[in-house]
Design a protein around this ligand. Structure first.
Ligand code: TMP
Length: 208
């Protein structure tokens, strides 16, 4: 079972994945946690390239292909083998990030992006996608507080507003797959909420 986590930067995806993985492992599941871009040797090299502000001149098309290349390798090398063994994969970002950031954010054509994502993911689809929702202003504030800064953090606020609206459209298009979580709640509450949600999904897929 593939569960993906999406949201603006600073929405707490990484924190929640780090909490949920040991909880699932303690129940006997084989859990793999991954983040995009990266997760493979070539993917980590692509991540360095994508995050380094020195590569600020990447055009949108190049950016799209580098994120997609990282994902293709991750699916082939890590995700598919783990799913084939019946494991659970928790992935920090997946194809929806490309639709939100390169599609809605950069304005690249969504139909083409969908085809490309079906190709690079070999049609592997998340059973559940969790959207950690925070306002755009809060995302920018948290990023400043964290002191982290990468090439994608150089966009103006309009870019992140388009990304947030894009996520909302993606959710409206496939409401059965997405689950929206109020990521402004304290992390413990978010975790309890996610545990209940994932437990129900696991019960459906593994014990029905
Ligand atoms: P993160 O590792 O802090 O989440 O940073 C990843 C950045 O890359 C984030 O700003 C979102 C962006 N991104 C895309 O623009 N497209 C993608 O397909 C992915 C996976 C990430």
């Amino acid at each position: 079972m593939l569960i993906t986590f999406e949201g603006l930067d600073g929405s707490g995806k990484t924190t929640q994945i780090a909490r949920l993985a040991p909880w699932l492992t303690a129940q006997g599941y084989s859990v793999l946690t991954l983040r995009e871009p990266g997760g493979t040797t070539v993917g980590d090299a692509l991540r360095t390239m994508l995050h380094d502000p020195a590569f600020g001149e990447l055009c949108a098309h190049t950016e799209l292909l580098l994120y997609s290349a990282s994902r293709a390798q991750l699916v082939a090398e890590r995700i598919r083998p783990h799913l084939a063994q019946g494991g659970i994969v928790l992935c920090d970002r997946f194809a929806d990030s490309t639709l939100a950031y390169q599609g809605y954010g950069r304005g690249l054509p969504l139909d083409f992006l969908r085809q490309l994502q079906a190709f690079v993911t070999q049609e592997v689809q998340p059973a559940l996608t969790i959207y950690m929702e925070i306002p755009v202003e809060e995302s920018l504030r948290r990023r400043v507080l964290s002191g982290e800064f990468n090439r994608m953090d150089q966009q103006d606020i309009g870019f992140y507003q388009r990304v947030a609206l894009g996520y909302r459209e993606l959710i409206a298009q496939e409401p059965h797959r997405w689950h929206v979580v109020d990521a402004m709640l304290p992390p413990d509450q978010v975790e309890q909420h996610l545990r209940a949600l994932i437990a129900a999904q696991v019960a459906r897929l593994y014990h029905s």
